[in-house]
Design a protein around this ligand. Structure first.
Ligand code: SAM
Length: 244
């Protein structure tokens, strides 16, 4: 039985996992790369990788049993332009992205991230200023960041954060505030479910512009729009006896 959610802030998930470089993941590591963050069981990337052998596809996921199942299926099918890795994206992607050969990352997607509705849990949400800055640093001008969710309260802060970074712009022709359709030829599992139910999906496609990457701490402080800070607030000092 796979747990529905894990707490990415728990101690177990704070350990950085050194992720293998593209040369160890793909038969042709120089192909453009699509990174899907929070890929779950990975069926979206599996279909995409089969349709696009000219690209590499990497899915990262925090629930290990899903990664194991996805990797087993990939190996059974002999796909060498696809890989799944277990990690906490907020802990392990920064180093990995920084080490990528320049220009390799063609697209990053964050699709239907866990909502963590309660205010006190918002800091568990995946798109934090530090991760956004790492993505912005790894994406060359013109390369894409695609976000989608069925929960307005989740996607709105993501959009506010991306826009506060100044590093991304939407295609002129795209409808506002939400794109009318997905730019991708395959739906994710969550996307298919939501669409079968006839519920709305909120989508935004961004292209990386030429702006420099801000300091994540400055973005966090300046955006004022994010409730998922990169660094948790310092613990309150213990009350001393007799204090009010
Ligand atoms: C609601 S599911 C959506 C899965 C898939 N993207 C889809 O659209 O069907 C969100 C996924 O993100 C994963 N996830 C959440 N936080 C994560 C983190 N910090 N690092 C990696 N994966 C994470 C969850 O385990 C879950 O599988």
């Amino acid at each position: 039985m796979v747990r529905q959610h894990v707490n990415p802030l728990s101690r177990f998930f704070q350990v950085e996992r050194p992720l293998p470089p593209p040369a160890e993941l793909f038969a042709d590591p120089e192909q453009p790369l699509h990174l899907d963050i929070g890929c779950a069981r990975g069926r979206f990337l599996l279909a995409l990788a089969q349709q696009h052998p000219e690209r590499n596809h990497l899915g990262v996921e925090i629930r290990l049993p899903l990664v194991d199942a996805a990797e087993a299926e990939r190996q059974r099918l002999g796909l060498t332009n696809l890989h799944y890795l277990f990690c906490n994206a907020n802990i392990s992607l920064e180093t990995w992205l920084a080490a990528l050969p320049a220009g390799l990352l063609e697209r990053a997607t964050i699709q239907f991230p866990d909502p963590w509705f309660k205010l006190k849990h918002h800091k568990r949400r995946v798109l934090q200023p530090a991760l956004l800055c790492s993505l912005a640093a790894a994406l060359a001008p013109g390369r894409q960041l695609f976000l989608q969710s069925d929960v307005l309260a989740v996607i709105e802060p993501m959009v506010a954060l991306v826009e506060a970074s100044g590093c991304f712009a939407r295609p002129e022709a795209d409808a506002r505030p939400w794109r009318l359709d997905s730019p991708l030829p395959v739906a994710t599992e969550r996307e298919s479910l939501v669409m079968r139910q006839g519920l709305p999906v909120y989508r935004v496609l961004y292209g990386r512009n030429e702006a420099p990457v801000p300091d994540p701490k400055a973005l966090e402080a300046g955006a004022g729009c994010t409730d998922n800070p990169a660094t948790p607030p310092a613990p309150k000092p213990a009350a001393t006896p007799g204090s009010p």
